[in-house]
Design a protein around this ligand. Structure first.
Ligand SMILES: Cc1ncc(COP(=O)(O)O)c(C=O)c1O
Length: 369
């Protein structure tokens, strides 16, 4: 089966550097929050520009919860986000004790729709959390304007968009604080769980460094109740290797997406929009088509790992159904979830394999429609 994403191909591509990094950590005898984490944090911050600070944490869900805690948000504070996201976005909001509220998405970007955000702002709203879904940057300029008007914080969920840009500015640098997952399938993925927070202020960074380890101060005395959300040295060392190749890997993803878009453009499907003034990180390549279940079944029966991201929007899942404000009025999201279909996308996909996937999609349309 050609998978929709392939972390093991990434390991094989960068094997010698990763093996060296692993050996360095094992030999060092220091396995959690050490030199590798410090260096990764510096390198991740400087990848985004010198004024930013980065803090490594245990996973992307914790990163979201820690961002909210660092902003002083908690019980009764409402955070507006989209239901079209990994459930982790909403889990992280609730983990911090905050209350998620859903806005609809823009059918073109598939990210949160600024107009829908405006309609959801209420007296308890404290923040907006746009998700750069599939690697597509959300409309940050308009979102920041709305936040300014209503005095709201903005937290970017960049878990699917490491290295994406809007007019040359990297996502994660628009808001004061941003969360990234480094789960193995991500564009910047380790070989286990990991996450990182990017923030403008040194004070926030220091606070998160304390919160990620029980709320300790330098004397290991708890100043505030915290978490255990430490990043381990092995993951940090591997992420340092992957970070060096991130821009190049993202370019490879974009070339594959351009080819998909070019060769599928005459079919009755909606393709991901690739705006000229943006760098899409192309984490997932998602099309929309009628009869997508039949197309998915056909592709899977021919060893092409077409998949769904996601099978259900968050508000459609049992744990969240009918209890999140805004969840009963998301027409664009609901429609998207009837048609979404993910095709394989990772930097190591060969030209031949991409050609094969394209020809199988074309064949299904020729024969079945
Ligand atoms: C959009 C989004 N937010 C948050 C997360 C949470 O990341 P993690 O699985 O590392 O907790 C993910 C990862 O699945 C994600 O895709």
């Amino acid at each position: 089966m050609i998978p929709f994403g392939d972390p093991s191909a990434s390991y094989q591509t960068h094997k010698s550097e990763i093996d060296q990094a692993i050996k360095r950590v094992l030999d060092s005898g220091w396995y959690v929050l050490g030199t590798e984490v410090n260096e990764f944090e510096k390198e991740f911050a400087s990848f985004h520009g010198k004024v930013f600070h980065a803090v490594g944490v245990a996973n992307g869900t914790d990163a979201i919860a820690l961002c909210l805690r660092a902003l002083g948000l908690g019980t009764e504070d409402e955070i507006i986000t989209s239901s079209h996201t990994a459930v982790a976005t909403v889990a992280g909001i609730e983990q911090a004790g905050c209350t998620p509220v859903f806005a609809d998405i823009d059918p073109n970007t598939r990210c949160i729709d600024p107009n829908s955000i405006k309609g959801r702002v209420g007296s308890k709203t404290r923040a907006i959390m746009p998700v750069h879904i599939y690697g597509q940057p959300a409309e940050m300029i308009r979102i920041l304007e709305i936040a300014k008007t209503h005095n709201l914080a903005v937290i970017e969920d960049c878990s699917q968009a490491h290295g994406a840009e809007i007019r040359g500015q990297k996502v994660g640098t628009f808001a004061d604080i941003s969360a990234f997952s480094c789960y193995p399938t991500k564009n910047l993925g380790g070989t286990g769980d990991g996450g990182v927070i990017l923030c403008r202020s040194k004070e926030f960074a220091e606070e998160i460094k304390s919160l990620r380890q029980y709320g300790w101060n330098e004397e290991r005395v708890c100043i505030t109740p915290g978490f255990n959300s430490r990043l381990d040295e092995l993951q940090a060392a591997i992420l340092r290797v992957k970070l060096r190749h991130l821009s190049d890997d993202n370019s490879k993803r974009r070339s594959i997406a351009l080819r998909y878009n070019e060769e599928l453009k005459d079919l009755p499907i909606t393709l991901p929009a690739l705006a000229r003034n943006q760098l899409h990180a192309m984490h997932l390549y998602v099309i929309e088509c009628d009869r997508r279940n039949e197309l998915m079944k056909y592709l899977r029966s021919h060893q092409i790992g077409a998949s769904l991201h996601y099978p259900l929007a968050v508000h459609q899942q049992t744990a969240y159904a009918h209890r999140i404000r805004g969840g009963d009025n998301l027409p664009v999201t609901d429609q998207f979830y009837e048609k979404n279909l993910t095709l394989p996308m990772y930097p190591e996909l060969s030209n031949d394999t991409v050609g094969h996937i394209i020809s199988m999609v074309q064949k299904w349309f020729r024969e079945e429609t």
